[in-house]
Design a protein around this ligand. Structure first.
Ligand SMILES: Cc1cc2nc3c(=O)[nH]c(=O)nc-3n(C[C@H](O)[C@H](O)[C@H](O)COP(=O)(O)O)c2cc1C
Ligand code: SF4
Length: 689
């Protein structure tokens, strides 16, 4: 299909200093959970982005010296010539597909305690680091000279590695941003105090970098123009604007966003597409240099709007490029309905926070490009002309059917209810989660184009139906149900009184909460997003809600999706009372009995409805009944029966999609082993100097 001429503007080349980007699609720096520890996994992932049409593909934050080491979080490093060679491999792979390669030079300052390298971190002042009982060393003049030399040396290494774009990085609260902040910089010398003094280090780093690599590489400047929810004294109508005016023509490219990380990469629950426009729009009125900005852009119309209205010159993307590395190609080829739109769940950031390779709810191949050799757009043809019955059209079943359909199998997807999407669709109706419906929408869109995939709604299948159909392969994806009895990670024993009227499951709240009576107690032992959204829904219906959690704060797992603080603040704002570090041990006519997790006397609180958000029961009865008699299966011509997703092991939507995809990929194949990106003994050891 031809490209819609409306989108032509997105494919215009953009000159960035001495280099030219082939179009306006810019994969901004983003971490990968791989960094210097898993280079093969990382470089293949970046290569896929270049293949998918991004004109610029950047690294994640790349440390310039061991005194800025974020381990165990895997960053890239440009400390020595081994790093030059390693990152040169990424550059070569990115160049192979006609994209420019960018590297984000990084120094952490207050952010790192350097527990791995055991170096003392340098910062404007001697203050505690972000994590751990350690302080930085306040930089004296010679430290500042040393830091500038490290930065310059790293820029030269970047050039030797072949990078086209070299960054100075003053966003997300790292060292150059710390110098600019009147809160984080309380120095009294020429690097502190007045705006000019606080901006001095940034100006010097830009000048050093231009001097070192300027003729060959573009020098980009990533700058957070506004700190939004942090009190660090940088706003887009104050010092943020002043810095853009101060340095307007100095960098070859302005990459602007807002800090900190959790404000920049907000979940869809708290920020919609193009949410940063109001902060960054002024930049282009000040500089003639190209401006790139971010805002979880997935709609080509929004992108065109950003260019035409003079907000941005290049469309920056982290998450949209993760969810669909082929986003630019699909727009270019007029295949808009093939775009896999990011849902803003931040599970990519969650996996990075777990120090494992990037994973994505929408794109199950992310992070698997090298170790499983999964390409986001290509799958192997079916192993045989066989039929597959997929039972259950939740995320796992939908993704299995899509992948199997793509491989050319004849697929029947049977859903017990009228609606497709399973838990995705029910959860998407909870407050703030509407964009999650894209998980279903993308898959239905794709399946709808496949004549070899038939969808049957309102088709609750029993074992006898399945035996009768005689499909060669049966994939059971019947999901899971939230438990009523309150069993969970804190207590394997049920809550006393759980059978009483008034105990309502999460599924029942999602399906129909009209008859629920207050006051309500939401008991969260799950520790992720569900407890908060259930409480919010019930509060929205006008009930008094008490949120009781066994954790020390609301939704601690949401720290890894960056919205824990927002969720806790939201509950407070909505008037939901929060009680942390408590178990619900009993429910009776007086209400709930709560026990402090560290001991002491229990308390009773009024409660007409108790909603345990504790754990789920796999809906595996169909699978178990089928498997009782394997002989019967064989006689019916069934060669394999597998259960996948929540009905095997209840988990997150990302896990269900992965399971569905994996099933689809691996049917008929013996190859289910992932390669391991690891250090192999015998590799050359660095010589002592
Ligand atoms: C998984 C992940 C890791 C990130 N790591 C970095 C990083 O290393 N350096 C950086 O400047 N920004 C990083 N970011 C922020 C992104 O560059 C970007 O500014 C932010 O995600 C908003 O853009 P988006 O809405 O297109 O995702 C990261 C974002 C994500 C999703
Ligand atoms: S994990 Fe979620 S937020 Fe991250 S890219 Fe994928 S869909 Fe978007």
């Amino acid at each position: 299909m031809a490209r819609d001429p409306r989108y032509d503007v997105l494919f215009e080349p953009v000159k960035i200093g001495p280099v030219t980007a082939r179009n306006r699609f810019y994969q901004v720096p983003h971490c990968s959970g791989m960094g210097y520890t898993r280079p093969q996994t990382l470089h293949r992932m970046r290569e896929i982005n270049a293949e998918g049409g991004w004109a610029v593909v950047c690294t994640e934050y790349c440390s310039i010296h061991p005194s800025a080491s974020d381990d165990p979080y895997p960053q890239c490093t440009l400390w020595d010539e081994d790093d030059v060679r390693t990152l040169g491999d990424m550059v070569e792979k990115v160049h192979r597909h006609g994209a420019l390669a960018g590297v984000e030079l990084w120094y952490g300052g207050y952010s790192t305690g350097n527990t791995m390298t055991r170096e003392v971190g340098l910062a404007p002042n001697s203050m505690p680091v972000w994590h751990g009982p350690v302080q930085t060393q306040a930089m004296d003049k010679s430290d500042i000279r040393t830091l500038r030399r490290w930065h310059r040396d790293a820029a030269l290494r970047a050039k030797r590695a072949g990078f086209d774009i070299v960054y100075v990085y003053a966003a997300h609260g790292y060292l150059p941003a710390q110098f600019l902040s009147p809160v984080h910089n309380t120095r009294t010398d020429e690097y502190g105090g007045s705006f000019e003094n606080r901006a001095r280090l940034i100006r010097e780093l830009l000048a050093d970098t231009k001097d070192a690599v300027g003729g060959d590489c573009a020098v980009a400047f990533r700058f957070a123009v506004d700190n939004l929810d942090e009190q660090v004294g940088i706003t887009c109508d104050g010092d943020g604007r002043a810095l853009v005016q101060h340095l307007a023509e100095v960098p070859d490219l302005w990459d602007v966003n807002i800090a900190n990380f959790s404000a920049d990469a907000r979940t869809s629950r708290f920020a919609k597409e193009a949410a940063q426009e109001q902060y960054v729009a002024f930049v282009k009125t000040i500089t003639t240099k190209p401006v790139v900005g971010v805002g979880r852009f997935t709609s080509p119309d929004t992108m065109v709007g950003q260019i035409r209205r003079g907000i941005l010159d290049m469309i920056g993307a982290a998450r949209p490029s993760i969810a669909d590395p082929f986003l630019p190609k699909k727009i270019e080829e007029g295949r808009l309905d093939d775009i896999r739109e990011c849902i803003g769940c931040n599970m990519c950031i969650w996996s990075n926070g777990h120090v494992v390779p990037l994973a994505c709810t929408q794109n199950p191949t992310r992070g698997e490009e090298w170790r499983r050799d999964w390409h986001p757009e290509r799958v192997a043809t079916r192993h045989a002309d066989e039929r597959v019955l997929v039972v259950g059209a939740g995320p796992a079943g939908l993704e299995a059917a899509r992948t199997l359909g793509l491989r050319g199998y004849r697929v029947a997807l049977a859903e017990a209810g009228l609606e497709l999407g399973g838990r995705v669709i029910r959860e998407a109706r909870l407050p703030g989660l509407a964009e999650w419906a894209r998980v279903r929408d993308y898959r239905l869109q794709q399946i709808g184009k496949m004549p070899n995939v038939e969808v049957f709604r309102d088709s609750r299948l029993g074992p006898e139906h399945i035996l009768e159909f005689g499909f060669e392969h049966v994939c059971i994806a019947t999901g899971a149900s939230w438990r009523r009895d309150g069993r969970g990670r804190s207590s394997f024993a049920p809550i006393t009184g759980w059978q009483r009227q008034g105990v309502v499951t999460v599924d029942e709240v999602m399906d129909d909460a009209a008859a629920i009576e207050g006051p309500v107690v939401v008991y969260d032992d799950d520790h992720f997003y569900m407890g908060g959204v259930i409480a919010e829904k019930l509060r929205g219906l006008g009930h008094d809600v008490l949120f009781v959690t066994t954790a020390g704060q609301v939704s601690p797992e949401a720290q890894r999706t960056l919205d824990q603080g927002r969720i806790q603040a939201q509950l407070q704002r909505l008037g939901i009372e929060v009680l942390v570090s408590h178990n619900v041990v009993a429910f009776d006519e007086n209400g709930v009995t709560l026990a402090y997790v560290y001991g002491g006397p229990s308390v009773t609180r009024a409660c007409a409805t108790l909603v345990p958000v504790t754990s789920r029961e796999p809906d595996e009865a169909l699978y178990q009944t089928l498997m009782v008699n394997e002989d019967r299966l064989r006689k019916a011509g069934i060669r394999s029966v597998r259960r996948i997703g929540d009905c095997a092991a209840p988990g997150l939507i990302i896990a269900a999609i992965f399971a569905g995809h994996r099933y689809g990929r691996e049917l008929g194949s013996n190859d289910s082993e992932a390669a391991r990106d690891r250090v192999v003994l015998g590799a050359r050891r660095k010589e002592a100097s």
